[in-house]
Design a protein around this ligand. Structure first.
Ligand SMILES: [Zn+2]
Length: 326
């Protein structure tokens, strides 16, 4: 905490330039924001209550004022969070949010003060690719905490594209504590179910649906058996349609770089000739469900008895989940 002697700053954007501010919000890092009652009261019932109490008891004991006699309200939020919050509330362009930590603390504050416009804005921001693509589990954690179902659904989809087993750092972020072991176990169950479905789709293709190689006259030439084996492995980690393109690239480089593999000089052309088949498989995988039945909902099964929500710290959950994913 800052002591009363620590230097104070006045926000550059909310500096009472019109000399009509009605109160001062003081951030946790000691920045003064000169604000008006109406936008605050209009945006949030919590603010409205806070302000109406101030009106009824104008000079309560211990209340501080600035040099001009304006009441100072001490806030627990940092100046960065407060500034963003006020920019969402005031009729001015919305702030640009580029860091996850910033977005996360704004979400916390928006929820705490129940500011509908800011909650709406953060729900949209959370779904933007800069946050969703790189850290879908983190988005999932925030969505679970605040019950943003639309964001949660989008994050679940994106989580299929990451593999925490090969990169445990994906499980290491501050919002991890919002997730219960059950939340993570649910993702694992979904992933396994979707992977099984996707692998079934690839393996159940009849050989006759594959174009016959114009050179070696084999269905699927030499590449198809490699492809099925490799794509099955990769779909276990990432059960999404893009995995097929990745697996094909791996097959091409494997055959090209492995002098011991059986070869056909036409195999690359043959892969191209089967382009429609691959697209077809991808369409079928895209059509698979994104959410599956989770056996431990509303039951006294494994998760309730052994992985109770909130049990253990983040470290314990991390260990459990890393083991589950590997
Ligand atoms: Zn061939």
């Amino acid at each position: 905490m800052d002591s009363p002697e620590s230097p104070r700053h006045v926000s550059r954007s909310f500096n009472n330039s019109e000399n009509d501010a009605e109160l001062v919000l003081q951030s946790s890092d000691n920045v003064y924001f000169y604000v008006h009652k109406w936008p605050l009261a209009k945006s949030s019932a919590v603010f409205k209550d806070m302000l109406s109490i101030g009106d009824r008891y104008p000079h309560s004991a211990g209340e501080t004022e600035d040099e001009q006699g304006l009441p100072i309200v001490e806030m627990t939020e940092t100046s960065a969070t407060l500034k963003a919050l006020l920019r969402f509330i005031y009729p001015c362009p919305n702030p640009t949010i580029s860091r996850f930590e910033h977005l996360s603390s704004i979400t916390d504050a928006a929820f705490k003060y129940d500011i509908a416009t800011v909650l709406k804005a953060v729900r949209m921001l959370l779904q933007e690719s800069q946050f969703m693509d790189s850290q879908p589990l983190r988005v999932y954690a925030i969505a679970k905490r605040y019950d943003f179902r639309d964001v949660e659904k989008a994050a679940i989809r994106q989580c299929y594209g990451i593999n925490p087993a090969s990169d445990p750092s994906l499980l290491s972020f501050p919002e991890m504590e919002y997730l219960s072991a059950r939340d993570l176990h649910r993702l694992l169950i979904y992933r396994r179910a979707r992977a099984n479905d996707a692998i079934d789709i690839v393996r159940s293709i009849e050989v006759s649906r594959i174009q016959r190689c114009q050179r070696c006259q084999t269905y699927g030439c030499i590449w198809w058996p490699y492809f099925v084996r490799l794509v099955s492995e990769q779909l276990r980690e990432r059960p999404i349609s893009r995995t097929l393109s990745r697996a094909l690239n791996s097959v091409i480089s494997y055959i090209s770089n492995n002098p011991n593999s059986p070869t056909c000089p036409n195999f690359r052309n043959d892969i191209l000739r089967n382009d429609k088949l691959i697209t077809n498989l991808q369409t079928l995988i895209d059509a698979l469900p994104w959410e599956y039945e989770y056996p431990y909902d509303n039951s006294n099964g494994l998760c309730h008895s052994t992985l109770e929500e909130g049990e253990g710290g983040v470290e314990q959950i991390l260990t459990t989940i890393t083991a589950m994913f590997s």
